[in-house]
Design a protein around this ligand. Structure first.
Ligand code: AMP
Ligand code: MG
Length: 319
């Protein structure tokens, strides 16, 4: 893995090609450096979580280049959102919208909304445009460490865990984007680089709320997707046959006999693939009117920690 590369045209094109191929690339933005992957490729997004070594899944911000890419990520966009884009894009304003069906559940932590922004940094814009892809990107730092405002910070924190680090100079703001939602009412979800009064000047008063990643009680049900069907984490051989017939099974590698419906996260036992399939699988099981969902215990290593965390929360919220 090379040290940060200057953002020449050749590097931008290589970054775009890597992203198209499912790679993970650190890119400069005007807020902080982002750890980017195609927002339409769940396995690539799983790698982002793996590289960050975060033991939980957060919804990620999807980065687009202008409004042209919006149809791939969001639907039912309200007028007020267009007024905000007109005024603040490109720039550090993130708008929460209804998600398009092509956005994997791993990007939105299973919720029906997606956070979108169009960064102003010319290198970020060039990479998104060249790749022709919306990019899901959290900050490019390992879990628990400061957000990186220079390519060297990314290099020191993540080193060869990423495919490429593009050096676009120091981040202009060094703080995160402001996040707003418009539904059910205009609400400030996170303070950030754009002051709320500038937003209020465009769309009127903002209520105050919190984002899924920052709510007072970590993992509290309010902002997180959890199946309505009760979830139990079990060992694959621990459930008596007699109690399976009205329940569903979510296995890591193998289906289980006797269940009304059975689904597998990754036939090869690849935890990255399992993370990529997790939210869609839970939704699918949840829609089957089952009495219960039995989920096989996942090995708690690497990205398995985040999967296990999510399943524990689903189990806790069904007690
Ligand atoms: P960042 O730390 O800049 O990568 O931004 C991530 C933040 O965006 C987290 O606090 C998330 O909770 C928030 N976020 C991402 N997606 C959504 C969403 N669909 N609804 C509300 N907040 C979101
Ligand atoms: Mg962050």
């Amino acid at each position: 893995m090379p040290a940060p590369e200057a953002s020449t045209q050749a590097t931008i094109e290589r970054a775009a090609a890597l992203l198209q191929a499912g790679g993970v690339v650190a890119i400069p933005t005007e807020t902080v450096y982002g750890l980017a992957a195609s927002a339409l490729d769940p396995v690539a997004v799983a790698r982002v979580f793996e590289v960050k070594r975060r033991p939980a899944f957060d919804p990620l911000i999807v980065h687009v280049c202008g409004e042209a890419m919006l149809p791939a990520v969001a639907v039912g966009i309200p007028d007020a959102a267009y007024r905000l884009m007109e005024r603040f894009w490109p720039g550090p304003l993130t708008i929460v919208l209804r998600k398009a069906s092509g956005v994997p559940g791993l990007v939105t932590a299973g919720t029906a909304t997606v956070a979108v922004r169009s960064p102003a940094h010319p290198v970020a814009r060039a990479i998104i445009e060249f790749a022709g892809l919306p990019l899901a990107a959290p900050s490019a730092n390992p879990f628990g460490r400061l957000s990186p405002t220079r390519a060297e910070h990314v290099w020191r924190g993540l080193g060869d865990a990423v495919d490429l680090i593009v050096d676009g100079g120091p981040a202009e703001y060094g703080i995160e984007s402001t996040i707003v939602t418009l539904d059910p009412e205009p609400t400030l979800l996170r303070a950030g680089a754009i002051p709320p009064d500038e937003i209020e000047a465009v769309i009127g008063p903002l209520a105050r709320g919190s984002t899924p990643g920052t709510d007072a009680v970590p993992g509290s049900a309010a902002h997180h997707y959890a199946p309505a069907t009760p979830v139990r984490v079990v060992e694959w051989d621990s459930v008596p046959a007699a109690s399976r017939s009205r329940a569903g099974w979510l296995g890591l590698r193998h289906p289980a006999p006797g269940y009304a419906f059975s689904r597998v996260l990754s036939p090869s036992g690849d935890l990255r693939e399992a993370a990529a399939a997790l939210f869609e699988s839970l939704h699918e099981l949840d829609e089957r009117s089952l009495e219960r969902i039995d989920v096989e215990r996942i090995p708690e290593r690497g990205i398995g920690l985040a999967i296990a965390d999510r399943l524990r929360r689903a189990q806790a919220s069904s007690i």
